[in-house]
Design a protein around this ligand. Structure first.
Ligand SMILES: *Cc1c(COP(=O)(O)O)cnc(C)c1O
Length: 359
């Protein structure tokens, strides 16, 4: 029996995709082998990775002057790869809205001067600061944000005014959840295990002029965007099976109607939970309303023992992985693309029942 999995990541994937992958496990389209067993230089695999890229370009409407790279090392290796490749002046501005942005900021400080130009740490990262007129450094190579804060449940609804500097965004937990205007970014990246596929793949969408040979001295070959761009993500063995699953999810998203349809669905789905939180006498959301994420919804009862009781009883009822991140406590429901609205409706019904029984 499948449960309703509210994990922040690795997270729920579309059942249809999992079934298809299961059907193809032993014999991928007459090749007599699994995609896991296949040469990444084979014709069959070449079609898999090329189709995945084409479908992603289609979904996100990615302009031709952007490269799509399928890399490894998780989102966290980008914390280093970005400064190593983009810090020509050795200066970058960071907006710190959570633990992931903070880690990226700290990592960049190893390679150059990373400036924390805004932060919401003063209120446990429960809001997004006003980024309309920040002190962007004259010689900043880029401005960095984490667009959706997985742990705290906040999301940038308006992108920062970078005053002409390239915007770099970690979109790990909001990837493909709604349409994006790629032209507003210099680089978009995300680990796929939140909203797209199995852990082990990180997708980087980067404007071509930012891909150069001029990287920081000592940058490992595997950490150069140029080597991966020049080799179409096949410089070495890519995370082949993971990319194959991502490709299936791209096709599934297209079948759902693309990103505009996903946004509509995700808004409707998130509203089921947020509307309840707003009227509940027991549960309450922890984030400033206007900054609420559509993907990660943290909430608390205000009583740690009751939180723990809720998480335990919810799990027994088939709603799993609702425990909040250790730095926030309470609960967090991650309701990514593949979480059906019925899952959220049933969770809310369960919360209502819990509220009644624990009044
Ligand atoms: C999960 C997450 C990361 C870290 O991803 P890894 O693949 O484990 O390195 C980074 N940024 C955000 C926004 C995340 O949600």
């Amino acid at each position: 029996m499948r449960v309703y999995n509210f994990s922040a990541g690795p997270a729920v994937l579309p059942e249809e995709v999992l079934k298809e992958a299961a059907d193809e496990m032993l014999d991928y389209q007459g090749s007599g082998m699994s995609v896991m067993e296949m040469s990444h230089r084979s014709k069959t695999y070449d079609k898999i990775i090329k189709d995945a890229e084409a479908d992603l370009r289609d979904l996100m409407n990615i302009p031709d002057n952007y490269k799509v790279l399928f890399l490894q090392g998780g989102a966290s290796s980008q914390f280093a790869m970005i400064p190593m490749n983009l810090m020509k002046n050795k200066v970058a501005d960071y907006i710190v809205t959570g633990q992931w942005a903070k880690k990226a900021y700290q990592e960049a400080s190893i390679y150059g001067k990373a400036n924390k130009i805004a932060s919401s740490e003063d209120a446990t990262f429960s809001y997004i600061p006003d980024c309309s007129d920040l002190p962007i450094s004259e010689d900043a190579d880029y401005v960095y944000i984490c667009e959706n804060n997985t742990i705290y449940g906040t999301k940038f609804k308006t992108l920062p005014n970078t005053k002409g500097k390239p915007l770099v965004a970690d979109v790990s937990s909001c990837f493909l959840s709604e349409p994006v205007d790629v032209t507003k970014y210099g680089l978009i990246y995300g680990g796929v295990q939140k909203n797209i596929g199995p852990a082990g793949v990180v997708i980087v969408i980067i404007r071509e002029d930012l891909i150069t040979e001029d990287v920081l001295p000592g940058t490992p070959t595997m950490f150069k965007y140029k080597i991966h761009a020049d080799n179409e993500s096949l410089y070495n063995t890519p995370p082949a099976y993971g990319i194959y699953i991502c490709g299936k999810v791209f096709k599934w998203l297209k079948k759902q109607g693309g990103l505009a349809a996903m946004k509509e669905y995700n808004e409707k789905k998130a509203a089921v939970l947020y509307d309840f939180l707003d009227e509940s006498s027991l549960f309450k959301g922890t984030v400033r309303k206007e900054d609420r994420s559509l993907m990660n919804v943290p909430f608390v009862t205000g009583n740690e023992e009751l939180d723990a009781k809720f998480v335990k009883e919810a799990a027994a009822a088939g709603f799993v992985n609702l425990k909040g991140h250790r730095s926030v406590g309470g609960m967090r429901a991650s309701i990514y693309n593949a979480m059906p609205i019925e899952g959220v409706e049933k969770l809310v019904a369960f919360m209502k029942e819990f509220e009644k029984n624990n009044a």
